[in-house]
Ligand binder design. Sequence first.
Ligand code: URA
Length: 433
Amino acid sequence: MDARTIIETLRDGGEPTQAQLNWFAKGLASGAVSDAQAGAFAMAVCLKGLSEEARVALTLAMRDSGDVLSWDLGGPAIDKHSTGGIGDCVSLLLAPMLAAAGAYVPMISGRGLGHTGGTLDKLEAIPGLRTDVTEDQFHRITKAVGCAIVSATADMAPADRRLYAVRDVTSTVESIDLITASILSKKLAAGLDALILDVKTGSGAFMETLEDARALARSLVSTANGAGCRTAALLTDMNQPLVPAAGNALEVVEVMRALSDPRTSRLTDVTLALGAELLCLAGIEADAGKAGAKLLETLTSGKAAEAFGRMVGALGGPSDFIHTWATRLPEANIIRELSAPEAGYVTAIDGHALGMAVVRLGGGRMRDGDRIDPSVGLDEIVSLGQRVEKGAPLLRIHASSDRAAQAAEASLAGAIRLGDAVDAPDLIIERVG
Ligand code: URA
């Protein structure tokens, strides 16, 4: 086999066989396929598209380019994936809730990407906590606690790591076929039995329009099911941050509040809906209503908080974190308010601008390898439809210096629009699958 034949087939609108795609994915992982060939492959897929069958074949080939985990847990291995947004700390809440409900959640998560934060960066805001565990530790923690949130090893889906880096510099990131194979190859390498996808749409999401989000959700759901993992998706709103904060330690604070006080909030509502779907997909519960009630009970009983604490301890963080979190998390030197220039109702929030402000404050990476400052970010962010008076705070900026706070304030001018009263958008838009 050779890369040229595979690229030619794609270029001419044909479809490579499973064996050819397996060969290509292994070649990406080993380096036998060159960067030029990887770029041409990505561009051909981007321009010509793949059938559902070929998308499944590419996903499986990329999954099998490295280690694929298998589990012996006494129950199905289940997980959630989000396409990313602002203040999206669902994973940190959902994993311990599912564990407390008797499920097993081996969650391989990512770091911040573009304007969105990453679950691993948020979790690592907890002092001492490390997410780069060995495969053996990952197995032991998942079995003992019921959940473990960790980073992928270099041996999982290596073809995706290589292809993603090439896509990044060849303008081929925005292909639904390639995004699908990229996301799912990593998730399926974790050996999951069931997966729920949170596909976000709105100003803070990668897929800003409902149409694009729906197309991605359909592609992810059909491909994951075609690859043998029971999967559904919820399309959820990202026209405002999910919690009133964006930034690593500041989002952990929101999660700890939700774990200790299960009052209804956008975070708990989305988490309960995703979790209930997942318990049903996995066959652990037969009915979403009952599954939701079971998950809510994990919050009111304190069992989810307990599971979170055990996971934090097992990953090297403080073993008493659920009792001491208020004094354990890093805090920024400077806190400054962004004030409303006029009175009115909050009519729009530019999630992309909020996310980029956090990145520039040092809460995300401008370049691969940049160090993150876990203490910085935004909090007390107003909600859509909320009434504010002239001069009242729209949000607070947490920064490491006055200069950084001033720069964030300037970049956020106009990010929150005020006008006549509007209704808050529906949080859960539709189910796909
Ligand atoms: N996230 C991924 O893991 N891959 C993509 O292609 C896009 C988002």
